[in-house]
Design a protein around this ligand. Structure first.
Ligand SMILES: NC(=O)c1ccc[n+]([C@@H]2O[C@H](COP(=O)([O-])OP(=O)(O)OC[C@H]3O[C@@H](n4cnc5c(N)ncnc54)[C@H](O)[C@@H]3O)[C@@H](O)[C@H]2O)c1
Length: 317
């Protein structure tokens, strides 16, 4: 899918997903303005783009207003992993809520189209599986994860109110677990944890019996989904839309695959299951298939190869 001659703002552009999105938008011939405060993002993620005359980087915190001229805004700024978003929960909520208000205000002023990177966490601890977009969720408003979950829920509310009240063209993507090169080494997610443990020859820590299932979407697939959603020509179509890989793997299968693919001598060690660890999380993506003709194309085995290579390089540095 291709749309030329646009200037696109990517907030959180120095992060994991944002840097891949910037890369893809540049490949498609767009001018890209990347905005990031480097809270969890890194300069190294976008270093290779700095020599591209179509790429510009701006250090800025989205909780403060921003005045720029662009055609489209992808709003990705927000720490995404529990260790990072719980580090300063008040700032996490501010980033989601004030960040959304500032970016929506900007979009309104300059009449730009705007996409929100929302999350499967808006479903909380879901009572239905797999989750469809019409499910309202089961979220604790006062727990340690609430800064992220409720912040993202409030951001969705703001997006839809800007559409209803100001006729803004909005798109809301609910992103499920995504992995790939440039995930932060210290983010505590299962894919990066297992790969790093395997590469270091340390025990692979599996919680419970490893029977809980997860679905993993490779970053290239996810970025394609975000761009298709943004460039969907029906401007009255806003979502929310689930984007993720519906393929289910048990945590034990993931651990064994990582050990095999890294050729590691690591042993798998079982640890007690934390109380808030859901048994299953899987997106229903029929909406995305129908509306933007999107479904993930990269199997887990394929996506793990470049991810393992990336972490290998990081550990050698
Ligand atoms: N990776 C996933 O599996 C996943 C799943 C669901 C939703 N998401 C959403 O996608 C977006 C990107 O996630 P990611 O995995 O790339 O995380 P990430 O932490 O790598 O990227 C987030 C980026 O936002 C920046 N940022 C944070 N607060 C900011 C602020 N106040 N102002 C400006 N920049 C700020 C960070 O420095 C970082 O570069 C997030 O909004 C996240 O909630 C990601």
């Amino acid at each position: 899918m291709q749309m030329k001659d646009k200037t696109v703002l990517v907030t959180g552009g120095a992060g994991f997903l944002g840097s891949h999105l910037c890369e893809r938008l540049l490949e498609q011939g767009h001018d890209v303005l990347c905005v990031d405060n480097y809270f969890t993002g890194q300069k190294r993620n976008i270093m290779h783009l700095l020599s591209n005359p179509r790429f510009e980087m701006l250090r800025h915190d989205v909780t403060f207003p921003l005045y720029v001229e662009v055609d489209e805004i992808f709003n990705l700024a927000c720490p995404a992993s529990p260790v990072h978003y719980q580090f300063d929960p008040v700032q996490t909520t501010k980033t989601s809520v004030h960040g959304a208000i500032n970016m929506l205000g900007l979009a309104k002023r300059i009449k730009a189209k705007i996409l929100q990177a929302s999350t499967s966490e808006v479903y909380g601890d879901p009572e239905i599986h797999p989750q469809t977009e019409d499910y309202w969720g089961n979220v604790n408003p006062i727990g340690p994860r609430s800064c992220y979950d409720e912040g993202k829920r409030c951001a969705e509310t703001l997006f839809f109110d800007y559409r209803r009240q100001h006729d803004l063209v909005i798109k809301v993507a609910r992103i499920f677990n995504t992995y790939g090169p440039r995930m932060a080494m210290d983010d505590g997610r299962v894919v990066s944890n297992f790969i790093i443990q395997a590469l270091k020859g340390e025990p692979i820590t599996v919680y419970g019996k490893g029977e809980q299932t997860r679905s993993f979407c490779y970053v290239d697939d996810l970025v394609e989904g975000l761009i298709r959603l943004m460039h969907n020509t029906e401007d009255d179509f806003s979502g929310p839309m689930n984007l993720g890989n519906p393929g289910e793997f048990t945590i034990m299968e993931l651990a064994e695959t990582v050990v095999e693919m890294t050729g590691s001598k690591s042993k798998i060690e079982l640890r007690p299951l934390p109380t808030d660890d859901p048994m299953q999380r899987r997106p229903d993506i029929s909406h995305a298939k129908r509306t933007i003709d999107w479904e993930p194309a990269v199997p887990l085995h394929e996506g793990l190869k470049p991810t393992i290579e990336y972490f290998k390089k990081m550990l050698e540095e």
